[in-house]
Design a protein around this ligand. Sequence first.
Ligand SMILES: Nc1ncnc2c1ncn2[C@@H]1O[C@H](COP(=O)(O)OP(=O)(O)OP(=O)(O)O)[C@@H](O)[C@H]1O
Ligand SMILES: [Mg+2]
Length: 226
Amino acid sequence: MNPILKNNNFNRLNNNFDQLKEAYKSIRTNIQFSNVDENIKSILVTSSKQNEGKSVVISNLAESFSSLEKKIIIIDADLRNPTIHKIFGLSNELGLTNIITKNKELEDCVYKDEVLGLDILTSGTIPPNPSELLHSEKVKELIDNLKKEYDYIFIDSPPIGIVTDAGILASFSDGVIFVVGSDEVDNKMVKISKDRLYKVNANILGVILNKYKCNQNEYNYYKETD
Ligand SMILES: Nc1ncnc2c1ncn2[C@@H]1O[C@H](COP(=O)(O)OP(=O)(O)OP(=O)(O)O)[C@@H](O)[C@H]1O
Ligand SMILES: [Mg+2]
């Protein structure tokens, strides 16, 4: 069983890992289709506000891709509220910020999860000036270099409706996935966020409606019967 899927309490509550895995597979397929015409390697995940599920979505999506034997790295670029290290149970002593500010090497900071088959770069030490740091040419350079080594780079970010950091990251990511937490955000806020993404010429690959409480019967469409 996928440890990320298993470790999330909400998945236990949903009591249906298979449906969840299918949902991520379907998102994965859609991303792969987007890749037919464009070479999409760096994918930013953002949302309008906090708590809509960005970090959980990115973790599950990265794992779904790594099961295809793709070379994957997750980067925690949410320098306001980093959580990727918590989801994967890692230390956050060394990470992205240490590469950007202290000239640490990637190899010193990246964690290789042999079980899940993916690499993780946590945020690292939290700086007082996150936006400035993300503006640094070094972040773009790092991601460009990673593209030579990885099939997909998944970048976690703070909410674009609240702070500008995600806009900076979106401007140099190949694609953006926009998470909408069902019942967590209103249309106005979603529109503001979408406009911010368009303003930086973000390539919005699609929207994931998260935390949607569906009727079990709606989803059991293809379930085998006895
Ligand atoms: N599909 C879901 N169903 C129920 N709970 C969920 C779902 N997705 C995420 N959650 C829960 O919602 C909370 C917020 O998730 P997460 O940390 O991924 O959000 P976030 O958008 O990254 O927040 P932040 O902006 O603060 O980084 C967590 O407790 C997580 O377990
Ligand atoms: Mg998060």
